[in-house]
Design a protein around this ligand. Structure first.
Ligand code: FAD
Ligand code: 3HM
Length: 379
């Protein structure tokens, strides 16, 4: 390690922390990443990524690996009470569906290749604006930059006392990864293209929804949504009879979902008074947990991980605090909009009407955070 290399300490080995650590390391920093869990949480269900995060994955060298086990479904279909509302081919939008384990694996390989020092079972308990972190074992470390990427209950954020507002939405979701069961589904509904994403909504007489998302040739991500006030709809393990009674064509995959415990996740949105304090920057769910409606929580996390790494690298050593304040001023309005829209879609359940991939709702899906000219005002 050369004397002149700047050093970053990253709290949290989720999608935000791994992306920031890898980007910084590739930009010449020495980086140490702390993951509290004894090993990386490579379980989890599926995820949808759009251009804003795919551009970042390109830049950190992770795309070939990601492409090897992910797909772009032929269309995004929306049904209400099993009546098709729309079948959008998303022309001109770059998107991939994949499993969360595959995204973790991809990012871990990229982080290791970039030379990030990764510590598991390492819990960060606090950070100071001057750039010192303290770990649960009592040890401390100093850095030119501290990245708080430790999720919605961020210890870095809370140790700094950053004021926060938390809003809970009425709906929530239980997520599963199950085998595709292609031939059984095709037999049940021969006219359906089961490679599509299919957003099955039921609003009347009861709000229940299944978001069906193929993640690759073999694995299917299904997300079962219900209001948290609906005890049977939000029960885990799922109430198989209830779900099959409403979505009979999904019986083979619902039966598999019923075999796993599952965890119901109520949608929540957190907004911070500020994302930075001195040499500390917060990214991902630590800064802006959002409703999943636009499938942009991880996308925004990776977008901001990249833009933070660029801004911190461009800053002079004595200017880090000002550079981070300026980073937030430039980058935050975009994420605030995505967060607001995602919350509006979740609260209004407007996606049930289909035809959703237009106008403002695809701003993030089309965005390129790696374009250095992105903030220039267009004539
Ligand atoms: P986390 O994933 O929470 O990672 C934080 C990490 O920090 C964890 O590994 C944790 O163990 C570690 N940690 C915590 N505390 C400490 C500590 N004190 N010290 C050290 N380590 C610590 N986003 C999308 O882009 N597309 C989607 O399709 C999508 N679907 C979603 C569906 C649902 C139902 C939900 C709820 C979310 C969805 N999201 C989606 C959002 C996405 O999952 C999150 O926004 C994203 O995972 C946040 O990543 P993160 O790294 O900020 O936080
Ligand atoms: C991918 C995705 N899209 C939308 C939601 C939602 O509306 O809850 C969840 C998802 O995982």
């Amino acid at each position: 390690m050369s004397e002149s290399r700047r050093h970053a300490e990253v709290s949290g080995g989720g999608f935000a922390g791994l992306t920031a650590a890898t980007a910084l390391a590739r930009m010449g920093w020495s980086v140490r990443l702390h993951e509290r869990a004894p090993e990386f949480r490579t379980e989890g269900a599926g995820i949808v990524l759009w251009n804003n995060s795919l551009q970042v994955l390109d830049k950190i060298g992770a795309m070939p690996d990601l492409m090897s086990k992910s797909m772009t479904p032929p269309a995004y279909e929306t049904r209400m009470n099993n009546v098709m509302q729309s079948q959008e081919t998303l022309d001109g939008i770059r998107w991939r569906t994949l499993t969360r384990p595959h995204l973790y694996d991809t990012l871990l390989v990229a982080a290791r290749e970039a030379g990030v020092e990764i510590l598991v079972g390492s819990e960060v308990v606090s950070a100071t604006p001057e750039g010192r972190i303290t770990l649960a074992d009592g040890s401390t470390a100093d850095a030119d930059l501290i990245v708080g990427a430790d999720g919605v209950s961020s210890a870095v954020r809370d140790s700094l006392g950053v004021p926060l507002k938390r809003e809970r939405s009425r709906d929530g979701i239980t997520r599963f990864l199950v085998p595709r069961h292609k031939s059984e589904l095709q037999a049940l509904e021969p006219d359906t293209n089961w490679d599509n994403v299919i957003d099955f909504w039921n609003l009347d007489p009861r709000v229940l929804r299944v978001l069906y998302t193929p993640a690759n040739d073999d694995e299917l991500y299904i997300a079962l949504m219900s209001p948290s006030a609906d005890a049977d709809g939000s029960r885990v393990p799922i109430d198989l009879d209830l779900w099959v009674s409403i979505f009979p064509q999904l019986a083979p995959v619902l039966e598999d979902a019923a075999k796993t415990p599952g965890k119901y996740y109520g949608y929540q949105t957190t907004r911070l008074e500020h994302w930075t304090e001195g040499k500390v920057a917060l990214i991902g769910d630590a800064a802006h947990a959002m409703c999943p409606a636009l499938a942009q929580g991880a996308g925004s996390a990776m977008q901001n991980a990249w833009t933070l790494a660029v801004a911190a690298t461009a800053a002079g050593e004595s200017e880090m605090a000002d550079a981070l304040t300026e980073w937030e001023r430039l980058e935050r309005p975009f994420t605030d909009r995505v967060q607001d829209r995602s919350q509006w879609y979740a609260d209004s359940r407007e996606m049930a009407n289909g035809n959703q991939f237009v106008g403002e709702s695809v701003e993030a899906a089309l965005y390129n955070p790696t374009d250095p000219h992105r903030h220039e005002v267009k004539a």
